[in-house]
Design a protein around this ligand. Structure first.
Ligand code: TXE
Length: 469
């Protein structure tokens, strides 16, 4: 069985303990991943600290070129890494699956390599001139989740190294292998110590985020862990970018042409079997359109093949882990016990953490499947009578990552969109993120934004030089 390793100071390291990582579609062991100790965290942070000054003193152009080399390595190894993602995370090779995740990794690396953040004259008159410079913060702790393990790790590490920081990344304990392999490969084109990893569960995550030598924390994960990280950061006062879960509402405006939107609506909800932060997790449909929307989604869902993602024909894979599998099953069982209509599609394999594609009708606000983030392939469809009622429903939860409005008229949709409380409101699409467009949560979905120029600013320390003329 293959053993995978952390990268520290540009070298593969040995760990005292390991855990078996199994393919969620088959249960077959993929390999052994390291489990680190708190001492290993100290060593990785020290490696990043020692490398940081030299990295920060390279020119902007050198760092841009280094990041462009990383993009090239990702591109060259995308087939290998996509295969590992599918076997470890579960999302299929095909469709919006692991090859798509690798394309995103390349794109989200190329864009920051092309962006510039020059000093800005923020004020000038005949007596003074004030220039805002952006310096690296230092050592960035990056804590990644298991749903889009490589893509989200790239979102965290690339802007950080682009701006002269060094990084210690901890992948999720559920999906470490593909990430460790990606870091092993891209570290070969970066100076030693610029990008390091530690592996393990929340204990190691806590040791990293509370470490006194950390200057910035990038976190994507659950709200409860996000709160623990905020507390832990009182040790180092590191600023945090927090991307927590969502419970995104989609509102279909009355009379919207269903056939034009059904495919995007389906993938907006079921991308990666629903295990996506900005997926549609609650669908609000006008009572007059309810039957036609349920029929259109049903017709689409019954044609989507579910199974082991290494088979090119499958478009939906398993849930990633037993915790998530049980959580989604429990929410569906709760809806069923409360008299909701549970409609299931797809033949699912007997082994693995599979669930059928599930539409849940006759359900209302207040049911657990509506109020809690399911993070799985079960979509509650809620009838509304007036747009004000739908907007109120969409805004009533504390989760506020994304939302969407689906309509024939863009003008009417924009009016509704302006009333929705979420970090991004999409119109006639959902989860359509882009490396140039800032992305982040409102309310309990976190704070700070990633991507584009704003994402680069988030990993810098602003400093002003103020000159008397
Ligand atoms: O998340 P955790 P879990 C949601 C989803 C899911 C739920 C729980 O609803 O069912 O969260 O998932 C590390 N200090 N999302 O348990 O625990 C952990 O090791 C520092 C939505 O996997 O938040 C992992 O690397 N780090 C989300 C990372 O935090 C700690 C994506 C995320 O794990 C830590 C994933 C600690 N004290 C789940 N404890 C999204 N926004 O997309 C754990 N970790």
């Amino acid at each position: 069985m293959q053993t995978y390793h952390n990268t520290v100071r540009g070298k593969q390291t040995e760990a005292n303990e390991h855990q078996e990582i199994c393919n969620p579609a088959t249960g077959i062991t993929l390999g052994l991943a390291p489990i680190n100790s708190e001492l290993d965290v100290d060593l990785a942070v020290d490696a990043a600290r020692q490398a940081q000054k030299a990295w920060a003193s390279t020119s902007d152009q050198e760092r841009r070129e280094a990041v462009a080399r990383v993009a090239q390595v990702l591109e060259e190894n995308s087939g290998y890494l996509a295969g590992l993602i599918t076997q470890e995370q579960g999302k299929p090779l095909s469709g919006p699956g692991s090859r798509f995740e690798m394309q995103a990794c390349v794109g989200w690396t190329q864009v920051p390599s092309a962006l510039e953040l020059p000093p800005e004259v923020v004020y000038e008159d005949d007596k003074r001139k004030d220039v805002l410079y952006r310096f690296p913060l230092g050592v960035v702790a990056a804590i990644a989740p298991w749903n889009w393990p490589l893509m989200i790790a790239i979102w965290q590490i690339i802007p950080a190294i682009r701006m002269g920081n060094t990084v210690v990344l901890k992948p999720s304990e559920y999906t470490p292998i593909a990430t460790l392999e990606m870091v092993r490969l891209i570290s070969q084109v970066l100076p030693p110590g610029v990008l390091n990893t530690v592996s393990g569960d929340g204990r190691i995550g806590a040791a990293l985020t509370s470490h006194p030598d950390i200057d910035k924390i990038m976190f994507t994960g659950s709200e409860s862990t996000g709160r623990r990280i905020v507390e832990a950061s009182s040790q180092n006062l590191a600023p945090i970018t927090l991307e927590l879960g969502g419970n995104d509402a989609a509102i279909i405006m009355p009379g919207t042409e269903t056939s034009a939107i059904v495919e995007d609506l389906f993938w907006g909800a079921f991308l990666n079997a629903g295990q996506t932060c900005a997926c549609i997790k609650r669908l609000y449909v006008h009572e007059n359109d309810y039957d036609s929307v349920v029929a259109a989604l049903s017709d689409f869902a019954c044609q989507v093949p579910i199974g082991d993602g290494m088979d090119e024909s499958n478009l939906i894979g398993p849930l990633q882990n037993t915790m998530q599998h049980n959580k989604v099953k429990e929410l569906i069982a709760d809806a069923r016990a409360n008299g909701c209509d549970v409609i299931e599609f797809g033949d699912i394999p007997e082994t693995g953490y599979f669930l059928p594609l599930t539409l849940v009708g006759n359900i209302r606000d207040g049911h657990r499947l509506v109020d809690e983030e399911q993070f799985g392939p079960a979509l509650p469809i809620i009838r509304y009578r007036s747009l004000d009622e739908a907007i109120g429903s969409a805004n009533r939860l504390s989760a506020a990552l994304g939302a969407s409005v689906w309509a024939n008229s863009l003008e009417e949709a924009e009016l509704v969109a302006s009333k929705l409380e979420a970090g991004t409101v999409w119109i006639n699409q959902h989860g359509a993120i882009h490396p140039m467009v800032p992305f982040g949560g409102n309310k309990a979905s976190g704070y700070g934004v990633e991507f584009g120029i704003e994402g680069l600013k988030a990993v810098t320390q602003p400093r002003v030089i103020s000159i008397k003329k």
